[in-house]
Write a protein that binds this ligand. Structure first.
Ligand code: ATP
Ligand code: MG
Length: 566
């Protein structure tokens, strides 16, 4: 399946939208939004939400999708996060036109809504301390108790709320609460806080406000203000929907329809911003864009394409039940995409010197190599061949076990796009016994990889010329966690205990063919027989190329699928 071939599968959200279009529920409009809180970088879970929201908008005539920052918590939010989110959504290939919004743009309006609720007798200023508020709230099993301030007269509430805004009271000393039902089975309905006093500089409104609306109050009303038709969100907000309905109904404002879907969880990684932030802050990764991170910026730096991520999101579909997706499916998506478009080149990760004894010392010849066997239009390139070469250390074994068909003494193999070579003898370090170099002969008749006498070899190895190759650093990445479902234990063990100590291996003496001298940061290649790699966009400098391994060639997903079919 390629990007173009994918036709959107029916899913329950699409069914709801189609039904609403049929009944003309929103005058035929489809208007969604992606509403991140700018308190961290986006991850692959967010990509699912982005693809859904922007995807539905694109699917219907006149459909729109807003990008809106739900920035109600200045103590955790930063401009750096806003900027990274804008960059990531755009990189994924989506466009919000002129509809970039901030909940903080609505602070004045939200304040008015607060006043309106007070006037209707539906909100009150409460002076209980945070501890008392918690105590009064009750538990899942026991009902809450009314706050003694619940019956405050409207005039007094109006006066206190205004003075909260004016900065007359200390942080945390008072809150504005909705007056709903302290005995409700849904804890969200037990007179939730809608405004708190907090002296923190906001990344957009600066010090204009010392009271901030709570997320639940802000989120549903921002959707209403923007005329959103379908408010897509993850399942944990199902219990908040009655509260959102209550706000919208009591304020008699436009009412979007909320639809909940299951969050994406991926094996061998974590997906909460809190945990990802902890990894960054503890220095357990190099930053939010560390190529091992499940963040959009990490995946981008790792070499993932926007297409592969969108494809992945289409494949996983949407459901109402939480589940964990195998990370092998994500890897399969990028492998499939790069197989079609990544040029093939040769790189030797752990070089072993090979001297071709019967090849002239001063000679160099250029051999033709295919840039992509999957796509002849990608053409060919020249690869220099000379007397001294490098092959991969693990492509040689002095005493090969059965079924090891690569090079060993006396054995003949093919060098990709070049000649058959035969190993004649091995030179070792006298003291350590370590293999220093191999001496081989080549058969000039086999140029291009075939023998005129029809004799066969069982292996084809990748290689580079020693003199005509470049040194490069290559970073091999593996899963960030060795546990499939890393999480906190009941006995309090931290989730970082599941980190894979071998998630990064750095190789500094790799050799790549000279065609890579001009490789642009971010460009992607298949290193023959090894995997897909991209030039690192952060650390690569002129004269010092660094590659990140995006993914190996081993398609574990295809294997899983095959096994399931059997
Ligand atoms: P996290 O739990 O990682 O901190 P969040 O839900 O707090 O994420 P938001 O910035 O509020 O992060 O998320 C923006 C949007 O992305 C929300 O609509 C949220 O439901 C959605 N979203 C977040 N995580 C996932 C996920 N794993 N799968 C699908 N959608 C997600
Ligand atoms: Mg959230």
């Amino acid at each position: 399946m390629t990007t173009n071939e994918i036709t959107p599968a029916t899913n329950f959200i699409r069914n709801i939208i189609e039904e609403d279009l049929k009944t003309n529920k929103y005058e035929g409009r489809v208007h969604t939004r992606f509403p991140p809180e700018p308190n961290g970088y986006l991850h692959i879970g967010h990509a699912k939400s982005i693809c859904l929201n922007f995807g539905f908008a694109a699917e219907y005539e006149g459909g729109l999708c807003n990008l809106r920052f739900d920035d109600t918590n200045p103590s955790k939010e930063e401009v750096e996060y806003v900027e990274s989110i804008v960059e990531d959504v755009r990189w994924l290939g989506f466009d919000w036109g002129d509809r970039l919004f901030y909940a903080s743009d609505y602070f004045e309006q939200l304040y008015e809504y607060g006043v309106q609720l007070i006037k209707a007798g539906k909100a009150y200023v409460c002076d209980l301390s945070p501890e008392e508020t918690r105590e009064y709230r009750g538990t899942l099993k026991s009902p809450g108790k009314d706050s003694p301030y619940r019956t405050r007269p409207v005039e007094e509430n109006l006066d206190l709320f205004e003075r909260m805004r004016a900065g007359e009271f200390e942080d945390g000393s008072r809150v504005l609460r909705a007056k709903i039902d302290m005995t409700s089975g849904n804890l969200n309905m037990r007179d939730p806080i809608i405004y708190r006093i907090l002296r923190a500089e906001h990344h957009r409104t600066g010090n204009k406000w010392c009271i901030y609306p709570m997320y639940d109050f802000t989120h549903c009303l921002s959707d209403s203000i923007e005329g959103i038709t379908h408010s897509l969100c993850t399942l944990e907000f199902e219990d908040h929907r009655p509260l959102y309905d209550w706000f919208l109904d009591e304020l008699k404002v436009y009412h979007p329809q909320q639809i909940e879907f299951a969050r994406l969880n991926l094996s061998y990684t974590v997906m909460s911003k809190r945990k990802l932030l902890a990894l960054v802050e503890k220095g357990l990764v190099s930053g939010w864009d560390d190529p091992r991170m499940p963040t959009i910026s990490g995946l981008r730096r790792r070499g993932y394409t926007p297409e592969s991520i969108r494809n992945f999101c289409e494949r996983i579909g949407v459901a109402k039940r939480d589940s964990t997706v195998d990370i092998a499916l994500l890897e399969h998506s990028i492998r499939e995409d790069l197989n079609k478009r990544a040029p093939r080149v040769m790189c030797v990760l752990r070089p072993l010197r090979v001297v071709i004894d019967n090849y002239p010392e001063d000679r160099m010849e250029e051999l033709d190599a295919l840039n992509n066997p999957e796509d002849p239009d990608m053409g060919t390139r020249k690869v220099p061949f000379s007397r001294v070469l490098y092959i991969e250390q693990d492509d040689f074994l002095e005493n090969p076990p059965k079924k090891f068909y690569r090079l060993s003494p006396g054995r003949e193999v093919r060098l990709r796009y070049a000649y058959f070579i035969k190993c004649v003898y091995v030179v070792k370090d006298e003291e350590t016994g370590e293999i220093i170099e191999l001496h081989c002969t080549y058969d000039p008749q086999t140029r291009g990889g075939g023998a005129p006498d029809g004799r066969k070899v069982k292996a084809t190895l990748h290689w580079v010329s020693a003199d005509y190759s470049l040194q490069a650093e290559v970073r091999l990445y593996d899963h960030l966690f060795f546990e499939a479902n890393p999480g906190e234990d009941a006995d309090g063990r931290d989730f970082t205990a599941g980190l894979n100590p071998d998630s990064l291996e750095t190789l500094t003496s790799c050799r790549v063919e000279p065609s890579l001298a001009a490789a642009e940061p971010g460009s992607r290649y298949q290193f023959e027989r090894l995997g897909y790699f991209c030039v690192d966009t952060v650390d690569s400098k002129d004269g010092a190329i660094m590659f990140n391994r995006t993914v190996t060639l081993r398609d574990t997903w295809a294997k899983i699928k095959k096994a399931n079919k059997r």
